[in-house]
Design a protein around this ligand. Structure first.
Ligand SMILES: [Zn+2]
Length: 242
């Protein structure tokens, strides 16, 4: 089972859907600059604001919800599960999925990266430096600009992660598309790959997606209810393919 997950799976954990009707990018026109490569690289003030936002995000206690836990149940029941996620919140891992089973297509907010030398480390370390009075901490190895590993606008996706995601989609028997509008790549392309590979595609999303007509099933119920029910079904169904 491959599960492609988008912002919708985390809204029940209190993480706003940035693109949704009440999304941050609709209410603060400047917010988009904080996650846009050219602004971030050029303007120390933008970086200082971005670090404050990261600090605030880290202080919010967010817990995985029943949707995340359902995928862990599937995995623990012995069904091979891979999660391909557009989210950067780490909630699949927090729910109990091993790191190796989660492919983070848009990076992670739990890790920082130096744009000059590629040094990486836990976000908590960088945030400690912010709290200690460095509003825009520089790389300790080379003095370069630090950011989270989250992919920004204008920044390419990690081509290795993308290639692996395509391989997972192609090999899947069941492809769950959960909480993603499936309107942007790579999400949309991964559904195509799964369909070409002969997977049963199930869409779980509150709003219509361009793939509804091609899906075996479309579920509109809230994800934290719909996904546990789907997982129970998958576990009870006789294995038609192996
Ligand atoms: Zn560096």
């Amino acid at each position: 089972v491959a599960a492609l997950t988008g912002a919708g799976i985390s809204t029940d954990s209190g993480i706003p859907d940035y693109r949704g009707p009440n999304g941050v990018w609709r209410t603060d026109p400047d917010a988009e600059k904080l996650v846009t490569w050219s602004y971030y690289m050029a303007d120390p003030e933008i970086r200082r604001r971005a670090w404050k936002v990261r600090q605030a995000a880290a202080e919010r206690r967010v817990e995985p919800n029943a949707g995340h836990r359902a995928l862990v149940d599937l995995d623990r029941a012995g069904v091979p599960v891979r999660v391909l996620t557009q989210n950067v919140d780490g909630l699949h891992q927090a729910a109990g999925l091993p790191d190796g089973k989660v492919l983070e297509l848009h990076g992670s907010s739990r890790e920082f990266l130096c744009v000059s030398c590629g040094a990486r480390g836990p976000m908590a370390e960088a945030l400690d430096r912010v709290a200690a009075g460095e509003p825009d901490p520089a790389c300790e190895e080379c003095g370069g600009i630090l950011k989270s590993t989250t992919v920004m606008f204008e920044e390419p996706l990690d081509s290795r992660a993308l290639a692996e995601a395509k391989a997972v989609a192609a090999a899947s028997d069941v492809f769950l598309a959960v909480g993603s509008t499936l309107q942007v790549h790579p999400a949309a392309g991964l559904v195509d790959v799964a369909l070409l590979g002969g997977a049963r595609v199930i869409v779980v999303n509150a709003e219509r997606t361009p793939y509804d007509a091609m899906a075996e099933r479309v579920v509109r119920e809230p994800i934290s209810e719909a996904l546990p029910a789907l997982v129970r079904e998958l576990l009870n169904a006789p294995q038609s393919r192996s």
